[in-house]
Design a binder for this molecule. Structure first.
Ligand SMILES: [Fe+2]
Ligand SMILES: [Fe+2]
Length: 172
């Protein structure tokens, strides 16, 4: 049985993941508007991944008998200066998500809630990957942003990304 304190933290994290999805969707819209459909696709896939993260937490909370409370999700920013700003904001946001996952991990350790510790380990690893990717894309967009042919190729590269559903998901 999960404590109320940790259940509350996971409920909040579900909303954080859903907010990240909204934020990425908003970023995606900006790229569609600017005819960079490949980069828009990349953020659209990011959006789906964040919804998948929220679902994973939703299912876990239910499995351990925690009370699920669906929270309100905030409105993300929708005005951006340029592509570099968007990639920087994405990296910044991933760092915030990492911090909040670490905080729940800390709580779970304090309570010797090993089920939550074990569950959250997947997210700890995921955040390492997310931050590494986001950081690499900040570097890449800075390389290509003022070179139309390089930007075209970068857009083509990101057009290749496809969403891979979590094989363990209850609903795919
Ligand atoms: Fe996430
Ligand atoms: Fe993420």
């Amino acid at each position: 049985m999960i404590s109320e304190k940790i259940a509350k933290a996971i409920n909040e994290q579900i909303a954080n993941e859903q907010f990240a999805a909204q934020y990425y969707l908003s970023m995606s819209a900006w790229f569609y508007k600017n005819d960079l459909d490949g980069i828009a696709n990349y953020f659209r896939v990011q959006c789906k991944e964040e919804l998948m993260h929220a679902d994973k937490m939703f299912d876990f909370l239910n499995d351990v008998g925690g009370e699920i409370v669906v929270e309100a999700v905030g409105k993300p920013p929708h005005q951006f200066q340029n592509a570099i700003e968007i990639f920087e904001k994405a990296l910044e946001h991933e760092k915030i998500v990492t911090k909040s996952i670490f905080n729940i991990m800390k709580l779970a350790n304090e309570e010797s809630d090993f089920a939550t510790v074990s569950f959250l380990q997947w997210f700890v690893n995921e955040q390492v990957e997310e931050e590494a990717n986001a950081s690499q894309y900040v570097t890449k967009i800075k390389m290509v942003h003022d070179n139309p042919s390089a930007l075209y190729l970068f857009d083509q590269e990101l057009a290749q990304r496809v969403f891979v559903p979590d094989p363990t998901a209850k609903v795919k």
